[in-house]
Design a protein around this ligand. Sequence first.
Ligand code: IPM
Ligand code: MN
Length: 353
Amino acid sequence: MKLNIAVLPGDGIGPEIVAQAQKVMDAVAVKYNHEIVYTNALVGATAIDKVGNPYPDETHEVCMNSDAVLFGAIGDPKYDNDPKAKVRPEQGLLAMRKKLGLYANIRPVTTFPSLLDKSPLRLDIVEGADFVVVRELTGGIYFGEKGRSEDLKKAFDTCTYTTEEIERILKLAFSYAGKRDKRLTVIDKANVLATSRLWRETAQGMEADYKDIEVDYMFVDNAAMQLIQWPKKFDVMVTENMFGDIISDEASVITGSLGLLPSASVGVHTSVFEPIHGSYPQAAGKDIANPIATVLSAAMLLESLDLLEEAKAVRDAVNQSLDAGVVTEDIAKDDNVSKTSEVGDWLANCIKK
Ligand code: IPM
Ligand code: MN
């Protein structure tokens, strides 16, 4: 099979971790006889620096013409403390989501037995936790009308959702739950927000179509608490953009493996696969960042193209590297620390064997 993959390394550690995922995909291509053609494109602060736009039209073209997008990370501290900056790297990510119609962000959270002691939670609470956060990604307060009053003393952001937007993400979440433990938690703030009441109403209306799924509804504040108290109670969680942003960050640290968790953003056009962590600017260029989240994102990418055996080979290699202690400093248990590039090389060799 010939695969056309758009590669958007982005900022900070992005280029280093994406390079490891490419090594791994190349190894898969050799072993399973595929041809992978990569096309690199600019995004984020790097794109602002080079062409003044965090998601240039050329990048969008490359994404539209590819089978999948492998994405690194975006963000640069020089923009974070400048509320007056006119263009920001994050706008590139939001533009990409909107233009590719990526309405669903899927973050599977699984535990790695050998790393459970890295969790901030007690072993008995996290052991065996296994859930997916499905976050709506192109609506809500992120994309609603926003502005400032003339005297600049008032600002507003509007949260809007249509039934259509809610239905399509719920459909996806129901079908995910159907393939898993058949439990779906709809997270909202229906006691306060009109948009949340529409979410709840819409979900309730869909329950009859998915009789085998057990649905429950939870206010977001309560969900944030229960996620820490007993993460094992969740199977699939679905929620709107802003709540999903917060809940999925919270979810990602539960297993102690922030550097190991992948994500997929899917929707109307080409899907995007990226690690859930950020651009980790302090580590940029040092060859120390953990590439596993990006490598597992590549596994999700392969799965999305129905290359299941190939994806399994990647996952098996990752598990073996963890067992063998070929790991970066963030998850190393002793002085035996590997570099980012060494982990990539090891995984690639393991797959080719
Ligand atoms: C994420 C990030 C983005 C978001 C930022 C960088 C705009 O936090 O992907 O979760 O808030 O969606
Ligand atoms: Mn976030």
